[in-house]
Design a protein. Structure first.
Length: 232
């Protein structure tokens, strides 16, 4: 699918019409709507963003068959990539999860309190899992990579440790979706249940792409840096 990939000369608005999910990545790069007919390159220049990194993220987000090869990975600005991943964490924790939690809390009345408590407890456990997952990346993985870029050694850590222990935080979302679709009894708030389901599906898809970027872009990039460092 190489011929379908986005390029720097394309209008940024055309990318959004091709895949509306790309709207979610704009604010993580600090890009605001209202860029008119500007190309990807022009918008990236305005916001001091690497066009190459933006395209890698956009293409991974849109095209399931695409992953950058070694030549594309080695030229990435890794500090900017980490900034993007951290901005994604902030969006998930401060916006998306908060929104879903509020929607779930409104699904059941006091008469149905036991169902509300069950869903609330389930989602609270999931939220804690996500918080811990991101905290490990923020406090261990990302500082390690930034230090590596400064040629500071970490003899007790290697990106393979992150790769082997990169836990799956998507499975519980699938369980929650199944509960909402199949196992909770009918009530008079079906429209609210449909809305939160749609929100969870979007979150799950976005989170899957986030994890792919970590596994298929960040990890290979850091491995190359580690190899270069070890050869010195």
């Amino acid at each position: 699918m190489k011929h379908n990939l986005f390029t720097t000369k394309m209008k940024l608005s055309d990318l959004l019409f091709t895949d509306y999910n790309l709207i979610l990545i704009l604010s993580r790069f600090g890009i605001k709507l209202g860029f008119g007919e500007k190309s990807v390159e022009e918008v990236c220049q305005k916001y001091h963003i690497s066009p190459h990194l933006f395209l890698v993220v956009a293409n991974v987000t849109t095209y399931n068959e695409y992953f950058p090869d070694e030549g594309e990975i080695i030229s990435l600005n890794v500090n900017e990539l980490i900034d993007y991943l951290q901005a994604s964490h902030t969006y998930y924790l401060e916006d998306k999860i908060f929104s879903i939690e509020n929607q779930l809390n409104s699904l059941y009345s006091k008469k149905e309190e036991r169902y509300g408590e069950m869903i609330g407890q389930f989602f609270s456990e999931y939220k804690n899992e996500v918080v811990n997952h991101f905290a490990y990346e923020e406090n261990t993985v990302f500082p390690y990579v930034r230090d590596l870029l400064k040629q500071n050694t970490h003899v007790n850590y290697h990106i393979n440790q992150f790769e082997k222990n990169h836990s799956n935080i998507e499975d519980k979302l699938t369980d929650l979706i199944n509960i909402l679709i199949k196992y909770l009894p009918e009530n008079d708030r079906n429209k609210e249940r449909e809305n939160v389901l749609f929100n969870i599906f979007l979150f799950a898809k976005d989170l899957n792409k986030h994890i792919l970027i970590e596994n298929k872009v960040l990890v290979p990039c850091v491995k190359l840096i580690e190899e270069q460092y070890e050869q010195q």
